[in-house]
Every structure is written in C-alpha cells, then in structure tokens.
Design a protein around this ligand. Structure first.
Ligand code: FAD
Ligand code: SIN
Length: 525
C-alpha cells in the first residue's frame, strides 16, 4: 500500500517525537518505530539533561565544558547554539508535562556529572529518560495530526535511485521521497511517500557485544543514509561509558549513572585503592573518555574484569532517594550499594558521529533531515559531554521543523516511486546464519575496535568484516526481506564505516585512541 504524508518521522525517541509534535501543527505526520513507542535509548537515559539554569552557572561555562570534553573537534557555533537554546527547549519539555526533581524550596535539583564544572543536570530521580519518553508518548497519542505505526521497520529511504536514475557516490542533488517500510505483523512492504523525512533512529549499540543500549540500536538510519550516498561523519568516536554494572550475560548492560560520581562515589581497584588521580587531576569526575581508558588500563594491567565504584561513604538514606532504581537493581543482584562496592566496567554507550547535518538539521540528501543520536551535528566533537545528547536531540528536532516548514509548500509528493520488488527471493533457509553472523560482528568490534586500537587490530577487523559483508549481501539478495536480515546488513555497514574512519584518523583524539599514533595532531583534521 502507498501512504502519503507531509512529514515522515523514522524513530520514536526524543528526537522523533519532539519533531513530530511540532511538525504536526503544519501538516500530516507519520511516525514509525520498529518495536513499540517506548523502546528507545531515550527511555533508558538515567542521569538527565544538561541546561544552564541558575547562577553561578553560565552559558560560557557549559560551552567551555563541552569544548574541553570534545577535545578540539567540536563545531563552536553548534556548541553555542545548543547551549544557548537549551533553556527554551527545557520549557517545552515542562509544557509537555515532564517532571524534573525539585528541592524543598521548589528550585530544580541539579546534578553534576563528569566534565561539568557546575551542577546543571536536570533529572527525574535516576530514570529521567523514562519520564521524558512516557510524557512524549502521552502527547503524541492524543495528537489528531499524527499517525503512529508501531512495529513498522524502515528498510530503505527512497531516492532517485529507486526511479531508475544512476547516481554516483556523494553526488549533490540526491533527494529523499520517503521510505520503504516493512510491516512486521503482515510482512508486507509499504511505500511511505513524504515531502519531508526525519531520520531519528538512535544509536548503534548492537554493533558491540556489550552495550547499555536496548536491542533496537542497530544503526539503521546511518546505514540507510550511507547506502543512499549521504555523508556520514566522525564514526570513529564511539563512546564507552566507564561504569556499566559488571554482570556478564546482561544485555543491555545496566548503567550506573555518572551522576553517582557527581554525588561523591569514587572508583577503586579490586584491592580498594582509589586510582583516578593517577590519570587526571579531576579524579573520578574527569571526562568519560579519560575515565573509561583509565579503567581499561587498570583492568588490563591487573588482569581484572572489573573495578569498583564506591558510594558507601555517602549517607545511605540520601543515596536511596537520589538513585532508587540503581539501588533496587543492584539489590536484586545481591549488592547493597549503601554498604557494598559496585563492580563496574566500561561498555559501549553512545555514538558521537553519524549522519552529517547542518545547523538546520539538514542532511546532505535534500528533503532528509536527521536529529538525535543517529546524526552528527558537531556538538560532541571527539567525545560527548555527559547529558548533552537529550538536549542536542530536542534542539535539533526544533531547528529541523522550523527549517522544513518554510519549504513545505514548494515540495510535492513524488508519485513515480515504484512498489518494492521482491522478485526472485525466498524465505531464508537458516535463521542461524543471521544470528551467528550478528555475533561475529559484535565479537570483531569488541575485540579489535574498542577503547584502545591499533593499525593491526583495525585491519584485522576489516578483513574479517569483509567476509561477513559478502555472505550477508548474497543472503539479502536471495531472501525475502525480514527485520533480522536488514538489521544484520545495517550493523555490518555501521561497523565497516567505524573501522574505515578509525583507520583514516592517524592520531589519538577524544574517544579514538590508537597505540600507533598516541599523540594528537596540533590542528584538527
Ligand atoms: P532513540 O531514543 O534511541 O529512538 C530511536 C527510535 O528509532 C526508536 O523508536 C526505534 O524503534 C526507531 N528505529 C530505529 N531503527 C528503525 C527502523 N529501521 N525503522 C523504524 N524505526 C526505527 N543522554 C543524555 O543526554 N542524558 C542521559 O542521562 C543519558 N543516559 C543514557 C543512559 C543509557 C542507558 C543510554 C542507552 C543512553 C543514555 N543517553 C543519555 C543517551 C540518550 O539517551 C540517547 O542518545 C538519546 O535518547 C537518543 O534519542 P534518539 O531520539 O536519537 O533515539
Ligand atoms: C549517565 O547517566 O551516566 C549517562 C549520561 C549520558 O550518557 O549522557
């Protein structure tokens, strides 16, 4: 079936829904998600959302902290935009009914996290993302101009390529007309035509074997845009969160928020020694790349699988009030965080790179915008400052709506897009081929493309991945389309781009550290 909308939004996290709610004032909106509205990285966010709220904090300080964390690779104009527009976007969240914690005096209770020089993190207990996601879902469900399509998987964006025209890599002038979308209940592939499309598909966690991201994080949007010849940037900057709960087999890994270190928790080796001051004068509150690398080094030199996070010196009742979910979750594993040290290790958490967009959220493909974790705005540079991603997502969703509505009347729906053609395909014979290949990608990436890299490891990863790529393309071309085969294809593409960009960066900067080029270039690439 062919469906027509003014706006097609692929993704129902904070970027997708906040865009949809604003765009719906100007036209009909379709919002797609591949499982349910609530399953997103957004729902998992713990620490909170960074925004300058009270003195002595200032825009200048937030800007400086973001630039320092980004290690010389941020776009200063973008940093200025996000930081200065943050308070008005927080107002919008409050208008949608999101409830941030307040002190007894009625002021916002602000947390502090690694790399922040001030307390500036608005939060709802230690499950801010869930609170935001639920409020957005309430709003989107009651909007008359928004149609919601759950369990609808976007396979490809539609461009001139589907009209039969030949387009070379990165040719300017590529346009997006919507997407082919698999309805998972019926296995039917619909054509969604739109004037404007927003890519808001979130993260890439499933490229690695341990991640804090939920299962939906397979980098689909990035892979779709790359296949459509759009520009994807900064993919070597994969962020590992220093403190995921060490509990082998958990998927996703449970996060122990950085806010707990802002509150006073410290990192210790397994024999109880505090070690962070050896690496950085900010100790346990240094930016994430530094803390993750320090933990990785302690674990490797000592042959340990984890280090400890110690919050036992803080008032137990206060700890329970501030971090109720972490307290409860750890207790389920027999760890009372008010008395016991918490075993933690670094785990894939976030991607700083993604679909290149300008200050209006426009990608390099016309009529296609991107926002949220799948995009690369230039805010995070080589390393994201904690709690800067939720705010980036709403600031850019807002910018994208404002830009898109100016052009809406000039754009028509392209009626020449043919239906999906699945001639010559059959059901995949063995599902095990897909699941096994998935595991192999995760293993390759975790073993060779983790926190510390080298030329040899990256080249080995590339060689292994090439085999998987060929096998999977072969399988895809012969198989009836399924979510599983598409996701496998997408994680292989994302892994390939990460390795390619990592090989190209012949220096160490932010999250990209390689033993072959341990120094940073004087000027950024
Ligand atoms: P998501 O919220 O991930 O939404 C992606 C959407 O895309 C989903 O609806 C999914 O179904 C849909 N989708 C994906 N592929 C397809 C497809 N092919 N077809 C259809 N739909 C598709 N950031 C902060 O700023 N502060 C924090 O405290 C914080 N804590 C975090 C804690 C955890 C455990 C994690 C995992 C992340 C945290 N982050 C935090 C990062 C932040 O949550 C994410 O970067 C952000 O929520 C991403 O939002 P998004 O809208 O871009 O994507
Ligand atoms: C955390 O709560 O530590 C995560 C914050 C973030 O990823 O920004």
């Amino acid at each position: 079936m062919t469906r027509r909308f003014d706006f097609l939004v692929i993704g129902s996290g904070i970027a997708g829904i906040s865009f949809a709610l604003k765009a719906a004032q100007y036209g009909k909106v379709a919002i797609l998600c591949k499982t349910t509205l609530g399953e997103s990285n957004t729902s998992f966010a713990q620490g909170g959302i960074a925004s300058v709220t009270y003195k002595p904090d200032s825009f200048e300080k937030h800007i400086e902290d973001t630039l320092i964390a980004g290690d010389g690779h941020c776009d200063a104009d973008v940093v200025n935009k996000v930081v200065t527009e943050a308070p008005s976007q927080i107002e919008e969240l409050l208008n949608w009914g999101i409830d941030f914690d307040r002190t007894e005096e009625g002021l916002f209770d602000l947390h502090r996290e690694g790399g922040h020089s001030e307390h500036r993190i608005l939060h709802h207990k230690d499950n801010t993302g869930y609170e935001i996601q639920q409020a957005l879902i309430r709003e989107v469900k009651r909007h008359p101009n928004i149609e919601i399509f759950e369990r609808h998987f976007a396979i490809e964006i539609l461009t001139q390529h589907h009209l039969g025209e030949y387009v070379t890599h990165h040719t300017p002038g590529i346009e997006c007309y919507g997407a082919y979308v698999l309805e998972q209940r019926t296995n039917y592939i619909h054509t969604f035509l739109s004037k404007i499309t927003l890519m808001a598909t979130g993260g890439i966690g499933r490229v690695y074997s341990t991640t804090t991201n939920p299962d939906i994080a397979t980098g689909d949007g990035i892979a779709m845009v790359y296949r459509a010849r759009g520009i994807v940037k900064d993919m070597e900057f994969v962020q590992f969160h220093p403190t995921a709960l060490y509990h082998p087999g958990d998927r996703p890994s449970f996060l122990i928020t950085e806010a707990i270190r802002g509150y006073g928790a410290v990192l210790r080796t397994q024999n109880g020694k505090e070690f962070m001051y050896k690496y950085d004068e900010r100790g346990s509150l240094a930016p994430r790349d530094i803390v993750a690398r320090a933990i990785d080094n302690e674990m490797k030199t000592r042959g340990h699988d984890y280090v400890y996070l110690d919050v036992t010196k803080k008032n137990p009742e206060e700890t329970k009030v501030h971090f109720p979910n972490i307290y409860k979750k750890c207790l389920e594993y027999g760890i009372d965080i008010t008395k016991d040290y918490i075993p933690v290790s670094p785990t894939q958490h976030y991607l700083c790179g993604g679909i290149l967009v300008d200050m209006n959220g426009r990608s390099t493909i016309d009529r296609l915008y991107a926002a949220g974790e799948c995009s690369c705005t230039g805010l995070h540079g080589a390393n994201r400052l904690a709690s800067n991603s939720l705010i980036e997502a709403i600031v850019y969703a807002d910018a994208a709506v404002k830009d898109a509505v100016k052009r809406l009347d000039e754009i028509g729906i392209n009626e020449f897009v043919p239906d999906w053609n699945d001639e010559g395909t059959s059901l995949p014979e063995e599902m095990v081929l897909i699941t096994q290949s998935f595991r192999e990608v995760e293993q390759i990436m975790s073993t060779y493309v983790g926190i510390v890299r080298s030329n040899l490891r990256l080249q080995r990863a590339m060689n292994r991945l090439e085999i998987l790529y060929k096998e999977t393309e072969n399988l895809f071309n012969k198989s009836v389309v399924s979510r599983e085969i598409c996701e496998l294809r997408n994680v292989i593409s994302v892994a390939y781009i990460i390795i390619k960009h990592a090989i190209a960066r012949k220096e160490s900067r932010g999250l990209h550290y390689t033993v072959d080029y341990p120094e940073k270039h004087k000027t950024d690439l």
